[in-house]
Design a protein around this ligand. Structure first.
Ligand code: AMP
Ligand code: MG
Length: 438
């Protein structure tokens, strides 16, 4: 029997003492606030939240330019051109990409032009090479002083107008938006090297427990390697925070105090383990002595024991704190449900929800004590019906990390349900969208 089951069985006789997930999350979030803005290089801006509007200082494209390789002409001059009745024009010059034409296009003439090159003033259209006899002239060794136009262009054809993409003075990127790859490209097209973003939360991660040893250390009987710190750090990074693994506190006040002292520059402190009701009270006592801590049971499975609050720094600041459970899978669920939204909120995101799908269950989800169960599942698409289907990804013990590793989603059994059976449809909160899901 695991320690977690032990707690489940003996510690919480009083059901009404549990708070809802919504209440717990609201209270966790009440300790957080949006971090200040900072200037970040473009390539570090992906996924960040913009702290200010970005306004275009000039038109993009800056000048009318050609959308094709071809010949700039006055549309009227070639209005009657067809394959059978081509119209011959003298070629007066050439504009390469990056060049600026020095003179307007004289009536009756054509100017050879490359894609993206500014069209000479007066140009009514660009006739693409394939609508001229350039190829034949070339193969015949012609010097291209003249060109035949074989098809009348629509007026304005293949000319991109100045400001067609972005007009000077228009808002290109909006404050509060989460930056995606094309947004970074837009910023670059405005000539920017940096963007004003909400600062990424620095998240201090502290493990607790006398039984915990670190990867790389020689294995001791009775000890287990610290997986939580690494799971948590990876989730923090995935959700846009900067993880800092501080270390593992022994089950003594001095050790935990020392770790917490080293976490006082962080924006958020995450601890794991030591917060169950049945635990020896070191973690709770120390946290309480350093700030304000709420220790509650939440109507969630796994991850019932949760602590949260704020730690006071020496200079009087409050650092939000979330005390995650110890069991590795409870850590994953508590992170998803409580820590992930806290990190997103601090980074300025307003949409804190994960994508969900409705999936047909292939396995039962038990819910004898009416909590909201987050079952670890593998979701896939049934190619025949197009339905999402979900099967348990392994044993549902709160210490079985392999099942969480094999899962791409958390299937939810609601509090008021006695359980779900195969064939029932469940809401699944997605952890990942793998290639097979698309
Ligand atoms: P606790 O909340 O301290 O009772 O811990 C609950 C369970 O989680 C115990 O089985 C611990 O050994 C385990 N556990 C605690 N911390 C970690 C950790 N950092 N990595 C892996 N397992 C842990
Ligand atoms: Mg412990």
């Amino acid at each position: 029997m695991t320690a977690h089951t032990h707690h489940d069985d003996h510690v919480h006789a009083d059901e009404d003492d549990m708070i809802s997930i919504e209440e717990a999350l609201e209270r966790v979030l009440s300790y957080t606030s949006v971090l200040p803005g900072e200037s970040r290089p473009l390539l570090e801006s992906l996924g960040g939240v913009l702290a200010e509007d970005i306004i275009a200082g000039f038109d993009i494209p800056p000048l009318p330019n050609s959308g094709m390789d071809g010949y700039a002409v006055h549309a009227d001059d070639v209005a009657g051109a067809t394959e059978a009745t081509p119209i011959e024009l003298p070629v007066l010059g050439e504009v390469a990409a990056g060049a600026v034409p020095s003179a307007p296009l004289a009536p009756g003439g054509a100017i050879r032009i490359m894609t993206g090159a500014p069209v000479p003033a007066g140009s009514g259209a660009v006739v693409p090479f394939e609508d001229t006899d350039e190829m034949e002239r070339r193969s015949a060794g012609d010097d291209l002083k003249k060109i035949n136009v074989r098809r009348a262009p629509r007026p304005g054809a293949n000319i991109r107008l100045a400001g067609e993409d972005i007009g000077a003075g228009s808002k290109v990127l909006s404050r509060g938006m989460t930056l995606r790859p094309c947004d970074i490209g837009l910023a670059a097209s405005l000539g920017l090297t940096h963007l004003p973003l909400i600062r990424k939360p620095v998240v201090a991660i502290i493990s607790t427990g006398d039984e915990i040893m670190e990867p790389g250390e020689e294995r001791r009987p009775g000890a287990i390697y610290n997986s939580n710190a690494y799971t948590i750090a990876s989730f923090v990074a995935r959700h846009g925070g900067t993880p800092r693994i501080i270390g593992t506190a022994r089950d003594t006040e001095a050790s935990l105090n020392e770790m917490l002292d080293r976490a006082m520059e962080a924006d958020l402190v995450l601890t794991s383990a030591g917060v169950s009701r049945g635990d020896y009270d070191v973690v709770k006592d120390v946290l309480a002595s350093r700030g304000h801590i709420v220790n509650r049971s939440v109507r969630i499975k796994p991850a019932r024991p949760l602590a949260f609050g704020a730690l006071k720094t020496a200079d009087g600041r409050d650092i939000p704190h979330i005390g995650l459970p110890g069991n590795p899978v409870a850590v994953v669920v508590a992170f998803e449900v409580f820590a992930r939204p806290a990190i997103l909120a601090m980074a300025g995101h307003t949409s804190l929800e994960k994508p969900v799908v409705e999936a047909v269950l292939e396995d039962p989800i038990r819910n004898p004590d009416h909590r909201r169960v987050f079952a670890r599942v593998e979701v896939y698409i049934d190619r025949e019906t197009g339905d999402y289907r979900a099967r348990l990804s392994g044993s549902q013990g709160s210490g079985v990390l392999t099942a969480a590793a094999a899962a791409n989603g958390l299937a939810i059994c609601p509090e008021d349900s006695d359980g779900l059976k195969p064939g029932d449809v469940a809401t699944v909160q997605m952890l990942d969208w793998s290639e097979q899901m698309l």
